[in-house]
Design a protein around this ligand. Structure first.
Ligand code: SF4
Length: 331
């Protein structure tokens, strides 16, 4: 019997024992959906001096070749590239670079409206920081969610304040949970209380909240990474992105790595810790990412991460070997 036929994890139609982004989107929108990354030219409070300077030590955001090009051009390129590979059911304009809630209300409204009205857009995706969600931003998110479903992605990376200091994150876990709490409260008022009969709850959500974490941050061991996963599990986000820390050319982390001050994770460690984290995350949380893609030509280490399919296959095999699945040990 095929592994998918004996898979005990219910939010899957394959051998995957965690909720993949593909499965989530297929179930919600009836087909594969392509995310189109956009750079709207925003900056970040962690770079312009309002929270910090220099940015997080691994960050290359805002240095892509898309900077300066119109949103429409970037979107068309993304749609063309995705459509060459498969026939998407629709697209998600993804305001990805830097902090996409960090501007005045007029600018945010203009850019979010432009992005969300792109042809074929099924959902608007906004990446930001939890300390950049003032009242006017929350009101704008609520307003936009009236015309298109919105996902808001919040970078946490680690719940350990010592690590946050080491990576120059310039916010504490308490500040993160404060912003996250306000966003969740808003989502709870906007999202329908009960899903329509026979539908999964997430299909009706107008506002979806996603939290990013990174494995392999400097100074972290398995216990610190597990604490982050448990802290995130307690927040019950709709989605989680699990990233592997990449050393990218031109970053502060590269300098640390080249001087011997940082050692990346091995693939075995990554697979093992990620499976431990999946076990404690809620079964109903979509795992929107389980590794990560380094920008073309920028990866310095770890080079094993280029073999993304190998990593995801190893995670599948490890969960199967353990007889485990996402949420098996969730509280
Ligand atoms: S908060 Fe995000 S955009 Fe800002 S420096 Fe850190 S990783 Fe880069």
């Amino acid at each position: 019997m095929a592994q998918k036929d004996t898979n005990p994890y219910i939010y899957s139609d394959s051998n995957k024992r965690y909720m993949t982004y593909d499965w989530y989107m297929k179930t919600r929108f009836g087909g594969k959906v392509a995310k189109v990354p956009l750079d709207a030219g925003f900056t970040c409070p962690n770079k312009d001096g309002s929270r910090g300077t220099g940015g997080c030590i691994f960050c290359l955001a805002g240095s892509s070749s898309s900077r300066g090009r119109s949103l429409a051009e970037q979107y068309e390129d993304g749609v063309r590239t995705a459509s060459r590979k498969w026939k998407p059911a629709g697209f998600i304009p993804y305001l990805q670079a830097n902090t996409n809630t960090y501007s005045d209300a007029g600018t945010l409204e203009r850019i979010w409206k432009e992005a969300s009205s792109m042809q074929g857009a099924l959902m608007l995706d906004i990446a930001t920081r939890a300390d950049c969600l003032p009242e006017y931003v929350l009101s704008l998110i609520a307003a936009v969610s009236g015309s298109i479903p919105v996902t808001v992605e919040l970078g946490l990376q680690s719940s350990d304040d010592g690590t946050a200091g080491l990576i120059n994150r310039c916010h504490t876990f308490a500040e993160f949970t404060e912003g996250y709490g306000k966003l969740k409260e808003l989502a709870d008022t906007v999202n329908p209380e009960y899903p329509a009969e026979g539908r999964f709850a997430f299909m009706s959500k107008r506002i979806t909240v996603c939290v990013h974490i990174i494995n392999g941050l400097p100074g972290e061991d398995r216990e610190t990474m597990m604490k982050t996963a448990r802290d995130v599990a307690a927040l019950k986000p709709d989605m989680v992105k699990i990233h592997l820390l990449h050393v990218l050319r031109g970053t502060e982390l590269e300098r640390m790595y080249l001087s011997g001050g940082y050692e990346p994770m091995s693939s075995m460690e990554y697979v093992s810790v990620t499976c431990d984290q999946l076990e404690v995350l809620p079964a109903e949380t979509c795992i929107a990412r389980i590794t990560g893609d380094a920008p073309e030509g920028k990866l310095v280490a770890p080079l094993w991460s280029r073999k993304k399919t190998q990593v995801t296959n190893d995670i599948d095999k490890e969960l199967f070997r353990r007889g485990s699945w996402q949420g098996k040990l969730a509280r």
